[in-house]
Design a binder for this molecule. Structure first.
Ligand code: SF4
Length: 319
């Protein structure tokens, strides 16, 4: 018998199907989710469950396993959570404003479902009427530009940064790794437009994949393009492969990188994480690249124009 989230998923009404992707709405107990200790932010908001971009290395596939589905359903069965503004305001009233909130940690907030459901936009509209929050949003999609004015208003009132994940500039490789995500050049264009609009924007090359995207030359090209596009910081962390991700990534390697497949299996079947030596080498490499292009590793703190102690203005009518 299905219980909890698995039962809620099985009872969700199918709203629309386009080719192989099916969209549903699903109930959720809360909009804010608390993270485990040690994360750089305290709360996350993921407006969707499942992500149509279908990255081969995606670690969030476990969320569909919780619903007693196959990990491959993660990219084909997309569930929109409720994003009722009044619920979010109620939850925000109960937490400390100094605790960071990250939007889009487990699924992309600007995946195609957002065009129809608009859940991410609803959430941002709440923050565009409040101030004093520390917020981050991470995406692979240039759809983020749809909300440029809204994002600027959020950043006028809150410490806010946007991160574009770009693992490679090689379009063919990106298509293999992230089959339904926007092309790397579109993501870079989004970086430029966000930066030109005065937003704090970073580029994240994660996950950096051994012998696929981890060479100094590859990462250097990416960092240079990020700097030229106006990014202010450059992330960088190695691949990890939980068992749910291995189920997709290993067959992917068998098909496209057969010479690498045995090495990856040997490494990750013992642990989801790469060894200390590799991590140390990569950390030093990424730092050299940051130094070369004048990057920080994390967003710059800034004082928004309308921080709570100052006079408030509003671009959007209050409800
Ligand atoms: S964009 Fe992020 S959440 Fe979506 S499939 Fe790729 S890694 Fe997973």
């Amino acid at each position: 018998m299905l219980v909890g989230i698995a039962r809620m998923a099985s009872e969700s009404e199918l709203l629309e199907a386009k080719s192989r992707v099916h969209y549903f709405e699903i109930a959720a107990r809360s909009i804010l989710n608390r993270t485990k200790p040690g994360m750089p932010f305290r709360w996350t908001i993921n407006p969707y469950r499942g992500c149509e971009f279908g990255c081969k290395y995606c670690y969030a596939r476990y969320t569909h396993e919780f619903m007693e589905m196959d990990v491959r359903d993660f990219e084909d069965k997309i569930y929109a959570k409720p994003a009722a503004a009044h619920l979010l305001r109620q939850e925000l009233a109960r937490i400390d404003r100094s605790e960071g909130i990250a939007i889009g940690t487990a699924t992309d907030p600007y995946q195609p479902a957002e065009r129809w459901f608009g859940r991410t936009r609803t959430i941002l509209e709440v923050f565009a009427r409040q101030s004093g929050w520390h917020l981050g949003l991470i995406t692979k999609s240039d759809l983020v530009l749809r909300d440029l004015d809204l994002l600027r208003e959020v950043a006028r009132r809150n410490v806010f940064h946007v991160v574009l994940t770009i693992t490679t500039l090689n379009e063919k490789l990106a298509r293999l790794l992230e089959p339904r995500a926007p092309r790397p050049d579109l993501r870079l264009k989004a970086v430029t437009q966000l930066s030109d609009a005065g937003l704090m924007v970073g580029v994240n090359p994660n996950p950096i994949m051994p012998l696929i995207t981890d060479s100094e030359a590859h990462l250097g090209r990416l960092a240079k393009a990020a700097r030229d596009a106006g990014a202010q910081y450059f992330g960088g962390g190695p691949l990890f492969l939980m068992p749910c991700a291995q189920k997709v990534f290993f067959p992917f390697l068998d098909e496209h990188f057969p010479a690498l497949a045995p090495h990856y299996r040997a490494q990750f079947e013992k642990s989801a994480y790469l060894g200390k030596d590799y991590k140390e080498t990569l950390r030093a490499r990424v730092q050299r690249i940051r130094d070369r292009y004048g990057f920080r590793s994390s967003p710059v703190e800034y004082r928004p124009e309308l921080w709570p102690t100052e006079e408030q203005g509003t671009l959007f009518p209050l409800q």
